[in-house]
Ligand binder design. Structure first.
Ligand code: NAD
Length: 541
């Protein structure tokens, strides 16, 4: 059987050659097609490989009756109607790792350009001037670099910064101490402590609810005067207005930006005509090597998906063996949500870097341990990593690479044959969260720590601990109601009368940090954890 592959958007030749060398693949390479042409042709193809220029919209996917795989040479999949692809069982495959070095090198290129006034030097020479006296720069050596997000790119930046003789401090609550030891950099216990000493501050986190506006006015105020702020991760992690104000006031010496909230950046942006701001048009990944790496990475994954059904690069469709995936979905939801609840509660107690994840499941779920463990890893990592990278296939290896020890066992000792119990350990804290996924009724979470609950959380779950005294439920209900938050389920549990109680509240709306703070200020409320379940889907084909 042969498969037809449409390659578009100028994919690097090494990637195309990898596909073309396979006799069972017939490859057509075309320039980026206008939508009507794409619609006219897509019905003939089993796979399409492109970059962001080709939009794989709902109508393209519905017209593509033979399509099995969409390959994206790069990370972002904003140009692909992911939900529709998932609904239709079309695997979407991306290439998340190929551009790490390109971003790390751009970091030093632009930072040194800023410190040595290279754009001005170059412009003055081309204008026939010899402005040596005006071009006194400064050095990286002995400066303190603060890295927020010590993942792939943050780690490569750290290694290169050490070679420049910089002092490197990192803040990433989601990775274990061993990551910092391996990189030989110091770990800042809090973001505030990192800010206090970062003469150059750089962010390398995904854009998540937690990192949106992570560096705002308050954070910039804590930096040493004359510091430089760099954002090559995603627009919005550093707040534009706060950055512009700090450049105006002289608090910051300069800034380096490669990414923006709205791209392309419009002509009237707040950083225009500032000599001390280095701007580039989201070119972090734009090197020939990175383009080749991502093209080869995605073409290899597309080839394997077509020829052997190997979907380890897919971000939306998972393989499963034996039991149908639909049957398994409730158990996967329990595993994912229980892990997410456990992680959020431990994070509130100061244990943000999960070190151990233990999955136990009842005999009705025999043979599903691996995929349950993967769903638990998704729950433990969602909101921490970019959702494009996290799926049932990648989750276990991502967990392992972040130092999380994952074990999974079947157990007849659990309270129900379809029980799934996730135990998490982070720092000195441990917590088990469990649920059930019976064949004949809906899945539920049934235990949080020592408390028995009965809830099926949707997008947001509020978990409160409080003193078991009259009036708390009413006050919580009133506060949430006044804030426009609709309660779907409110389950109150206690260990003993008058002791500590726990409430698991399923709500229909998002609950922000302000409401969380007000909940914690209510009399007799001890803790308030808001669990926002991520966009990562454990549902698949
Ligand atoms: P990664 O997943 O390897 O690392 C991200 C790190 O951020 C993780 O270690 C995670 O624990 C940490 N993190 C998450 N939330 C955090 C928080 N609230 N505080 C501190 N740390 C937190 O990702 P990566 O490959 O290193 O990519 C990093 C960023 O760079 C992403 O946003 C990615 O989209 C962006 N990127 C930009 C370009 C470009 O062209 N400019 C190219 C590639 C990647």
């Amino acid at each position: 059987m042969t498969f037809r592959v449409l390659v578009t958007d100028d994919i690097d030749a090494d990637g195309v050659a990898l596909l073309a060398s396979e006799p069972r693949l017939r490859v057509d390479e075309v320039p980026t097609l206008p939508k009507d042409e794409l619609l006219a042709r897509i019905g003939d193809y089993d796979a399409i490989v492109g970059r962001s220029a080709t939009r794989i919209s709902e109508d393209v996917l519905r017209k593509a009756t033979k399509l099995k795989v969409v390959g994206r040479a790069g990370v972002g999949v904003d140009n692909i109607a992911l939900d529709v692809a998932t609904e239709l069982g079309v695997a979407v495959i991306n290439a998340p790792a190929g551009n790490t070095i390109a971003v790390a090198e751009l970091f030093f290129g632009t930072l040194i350009s800023l410190f040595r006034h290279l754009p001005q030097a170059n412009a003055s020479m081309h204008a026939g001037r010899w402005d040596r006296a005006k071009l006194l720069g400064s050095e990286l050596k002995c400066r303190t670099l603060g890295i927020v997000g010590v993942g792939r790119i943050g780690g490569e930046v750290a290694a290169r910064a050490l070679a420049f003789g910089m002092t490197v401090v990192g803040y990433d609550p989601y990775v274990p101490d061993t990551r910092f030891q391996a990189l030989r950099i110091r770990r800042a216990p809090t973001l505030e402590s990192l800010l206090a000493e970062a003469e150059v501050l750089t962010v390398h986190t995904p854009l998540t609810e937690e990192t949106t506006g992570l560096i705002g006015r308050g954070e910039i105020a804590r930096l040493p005067t004359g510091a430089v702020v760099v954002n090559m991760a995603r627009g919005g992690i550093v707040a534009d207005d706060a950055l512009a104000a700090a450049l105006d006031s002289g608090k910051l010496m300069g800034a380096v930006l490669d990414v923006y909230v709205k791209e392309p950046l419009t002509g009237d942006h707040p950083f225009k005509d500032r000599d001390n701001v280095m701007l580039s048009p989201h070119i972090g990944a734009s090197t020939a090597e990175a383009q080749r790496n991502v093209a080869v990475e995605v073409c290899r994954s597309v080839r394997d998906a077509l020829l052997s059904g190997e979907l380890s690069g897919s971000i939306n469709v998972a393989q499963s063996s034996g039991r149908g995936f639909t049957d398994l979905h409730p158990a996967l939801m329990v595993a994912q949500r229980a892990a997410a609840v456990g992680r959020a509660i431990l994070a509130g107690q100061g244990g943000r870097a999960v070190q151990r994840l233990t999955v136990r499941y009842g005999p009705d779920l025999a043979g599903t341990g691996d995929v349950l463990a993967a769903a638990a890893a998704v729950g433990a990592l969602e909101g921490v990593l970019e959702s494009e990278r996290l799926n049932l296939i990648s989750a276990r290896s991502l967990a392992a690479s972040r130092g999380i020890e994952l074990t999974v066992t079947e157990s007849a000792a659990l309270p129900h044959p379809s029980s799934v119990e996730i135990s998490l350990a982070a720092g000195m804290q441990e917590l088990a969260v469990a649920g059930i996924a019976p064949r004949d009724s809906a899945w539920r979470l049934t235990r949080i720590g020592g408390f028995h609950v009965d809830v099926a959380p949707r997008d947001t779950l509020v978990v409160l601990t409080n003193k078991d005294v009259p009036g708390v439920i009413g006050r919580v209900g009133t506060l949430l109601g006044d804030a426009g938050v609709n309660i779907a389920e409110y389950h109150q549990a206690r260990l003993a009368q008058g002791g500590e109680a726990l409430a698991a509240i399923t709500v229909d709306n998002a609950v922000g940090a302000d409401i969380q703070k007000r909940l914690m200020e209510l009399p007799d409320v001890l803790t308030a954890t808001i669990v926002r379940f991520g966009a990562t889907s454990v549902a698949g084909a």
